[in-house]
Design a protein around this ligand. Structure first.
Ligand code: GTP
Length: 369
């Protein structure tokens, strides 16, 4: 049966899982940033070592090792959420440590500007906003008189105010730009899904179109070649449809086609593929179904449709009937042969008086028993 209409990409995680061409995947970015951070961390550690500050050396080297380990764990387990959370925790700690420790004579705090774009890109908007707010509060405290007393930070007042203001400004910009990036990506993905759906489905009935039906048939045939489980097809055609169009007009004819499609969707199983094969012709693919089961399904379809009506322009109910031809794959017959056999059976049903089901190669009396 055809899938339902495409879902939207409201959810941040659903959005992150879908990549558009040219987008840097989050795990790749994290691995790249982790590798890029190594020379910097070792440089800071080396400088701290020269000053004899071995606590800084140890902390920086441990962070470097953990960043590398995080990437290795990702390569081994492919657990994206774990990699992302660990990375955010590590860089949040690192940036706070650089700021509090006033490394590089206080200049290392400027690396805080790298935090907002990275964290917004790799995590959800909520996490981005949360961690940035936390960072801003932390920086404000650090630059406050209390922070100066507690951490003995060497930052001047003017530097502290400017740094906090610029960092806040950067965070707001990153938030807005990332929101815009996410919205554009969501609408691009929705558009692509809409186009894909439209390319595979018939607009009037919402059934799979002929190309999609043929694709499903090829797929089913490949399965049959692998496991030899036979399947059947029903080729179905509305009787005297030209007469309906000529008598009641094309709009009523269209309503009739939609009604038949809707009954097919109701009667068939989820595993079956129902496609609009042509104007008033439909193809149903029934996986792992023999001729006798296909006959029962086709009979159910035929009687259900015969019991339905559609209103004419004047409101009077109009009913119709369908004829169906069934073919079952066997002895590795080709798809073309199968379709030809279904078409022959349909022709037999039409010439036998319509409103009936015929099975290729088997008299109905035998199959119905
Ligand atoms: N309203 C409407 N008519 C369509 C559509 N597609 C095809 N048709 C019409 O369907 C008719 C098919 O008629 P025929 O193939 O002659 O067959 P029939 O009248 O159904 O007769 P039998 O199949 O022999 O019972 C044609 O008149 C087409 O114009 C459609 O989407 N909407």
């Amino acid at each position: 049966m055809p899938e339902t209409m495409p879902e939207t990409y409201e959810d941040d995680h659903a959005l992150a899982e879908q990549l558009v061409r040219g987008e840097i995947p989050v795990p790749t970015l994290i691995n790249g940033l982790s590798i890029a951070a190594l020379p910097l961390l070792f440089f800071f550690a080396w400088r701290a070592g020269e000053r004899g500050d071995f606590i800084h050396v140890t902390v920086l080297i441990v962070v470097a090792i953990l960043l590398v380990a995080n990437s290795f764990v990702y390569w081994a387990r492919r657990h994206q959420a774990l990699q992302r959370r660990t990375f955010i925790t590590l860089i949040t700690f690192l940036f706070f440590y650089l700021a509090l420790g006033a490394l590089e004579q206080g200049a290392a705090i400027l690396w805080l500007f790298a935090y907002p774009p990275v964290v917004f890109y790799i995590s959800s908007i909520k996490v981005g906003v949360g961690t940035c707010l936390l960072g801003l509060v932390g920086v404000t405290l650090l630059f406050s008189p209390l922070g100066s007393q507690l951490f003995n930070a060497p930052y001047g007042n003017y530097f502290g105010i400017t740094m906090t203001a610029v960092l806040g400004f950067e965070m707001v910009c990153c938030f807005l730009l990332d929101l815009s990036r996410r919205r554009s990506k969501a609408s691009l993905l929705s558009l692509a899904r809409d186009y894909e759906y439209a390319a595979k489905h018939d607009a009037m009935t919402d059934l799979a179109n002929r190309r999609e039906g043929l694709g499903a048939l090829e797929h089913e045939y490949e399965r049959y070649q692998r496991n030899s489980r036979s399947f059947s097809v029903i080729l179905l055609d509305i009787d005297h449809f030209k007469g309906i169009n000529d008598t009641y007009g094309h709009q009523v004819g269209d309503k009739m086609i939609v009604m038949v499609a809707s009954q097919l969707k109701t009667v068939c199983r989820r595993v079956d593929t129902v496609s609009r094969w042509g104007g008033e012709e439909f193809l149903v693919i029934l996986p792992e179904t023999d001729a006798s089961q296909a006959y029962q399904t086709a009979e159910r379809i035929r009687s259900t449709i015969a019991a339905q009506t559609v209103p004419s322009d004047s409101g009077s109910p109009i009913s119709t009937t369908v004829s169906a031809g069934i073919a079952t794959i066997c002895n590795s017959a080709s798809i073309d042969r199968l379709l030809q056999e279904a078409d022959d059976a349909l022709y037999e049903a039409k010439s036998g008086g319509r409103n009936q089901v015929c099975v290729h190669g088997t008299p109905v009396e035998v199959i119905a028993d």
